[in-house]
Design a binder for this molecule. Sequence first.
Ligand SMILES: Cc1cc2nc3c(=O)[nH]c(=O)nc-3n(C[C@H](O)[C@H](O)[C@H](O)COP(=O)(O)O)c2cc1C
Length: 464
Amino acid sequence: MTRPILVNGFKAAMVTHTSAGLWRHPDSRARRYRELDFWIETARTLERFDFDALFIADSLGAADVYQNSPDQALREGLQTPSADPSLAISAMAAVTERLGFGLTLNTSFNRPYELARRLSTLDHFTDGRIGWNVVTGLVPSAMAGLGIDPAVSHDERYDIAEEFMEVVYRLWEGSWADDAVIADVASGVYVEPRRVRPIEHHGRYFDVTGIHLAEPSPQRTPLIFQAGSSARGKRFSARHAEVVFVSAQRPDVLRRTVDDIRAQAAEAGRDPGSLRFISTLTVVTGETEREAQAKHEEYLRLTSVEGNLARLASTIQVDFGAVDLDEPLEFAETPGIQSVLANFTKLDPSRRWTPRQVAEYMALAGFGPFVVGSPAQVADELERWCEQAGIDGFNLVDIIPGQSFREFGELVMPELVARGRRPDPASGKTGLTLRERIFGGGMARVRDDHPAARHRYPDDDAIG
Ligand SMILES: Cc1cc2nc3c(=O)[nH]c(=O)nc-3n(C[C@H](O)[C@H](O)[C@H](O)COP(=O)(O)O)c2cc1C
């Protein structure tokens, strides 16, 4: 089989994640984001249709850049109100055996000592199915809420993240020997203290002394996802990410990012072929092309251009109140997601985008490929993107919660299986960690060329 196409469900714990206005669709269950049953049903659906993981975006601040106010975002249920998605993961893990979970947690807002225990706990509770999407933060409203100095620059947040990673790697990989837990009933010893050692980290941003609080979990270091694609973000990805989350509206534009990160990974001493790349993806499908087109038109009638402008403003941190909506966007260093602005300005030679056009494009498309068509047409597009952009798979946007994942599972997954681009779900193995699921058997722990491996407990030879 050619390399399988990875497919994750992509969600955030809020009413409007990507397509503003669509929560009003009669079939949408978006409003149920605050019900645990909704998450349980979502996980069951993804597992039933053999998705690889549920990838959960998260941010801790309101989308208040547009017109310098959170009002439009509140009207749309965009970003606020939201729930803490990490709290649903144990419940979702309890009703699934194979599905992985990619959780977004921020290195500017958390402390490494406690984040390390939180993720070790989730790695235990999910039997090794947890991944961490490492983000550095970009929303000033989150910093204001947390009392964090907003003057800390974009690049310095990455310096903090670099040091953060070193601390958590040392805790996860280097504090406990694999055989530290002996649980010897006869002698009454649960942990052999000589096989546990404190880490001693004194750096520019963190001072951490102590032993990791959790015993070794199946993956130790959770599968590392990362989605930064500024120059600094790409360097960080190249060092740390095992799966890189990228997005662009054209495959040739995306290819440059992918090639660049792979080349930088090689420079950092990693096998560039060991990184996986996934893109955002929005699909509207049906039994036939006609049915898909009809759905698309129905969805378009519900979208909110103003809501999407509020989302765009928050994503790139530019208030369109001060910008002409019909003047072409220019690239500028902004505190927001720089890659999104770059994709629509300097990287697309085919056209010049205005903010209004971007918002209209975003109506359903998000920032990545957007496909409307029959299952065969969708599969053609996915194969084309993988080939032309050099990517390995997708984070599928849940435009109509309760419907979109199921439709993709019922219609497109069998087409991908028939083309040899997905394993036969009937042969789906249980008991694999997320890392093994993505990279193949025998890879529960980080590879030897990953920076976390340098911190392994000295005589720990139980690798891979
Ligand atoms: C496709 C994509 C998805 C992202 N998802 C999140 C998210 O869920 N939460 C968050 O705080 N940041 C998110 N980010 C932002 C970052 O991962 C990163 O911290 C931010 O983009 C700043 O880095 P950059 O300028 O290198 O992109 C995302 C970025 C991209 C490109």
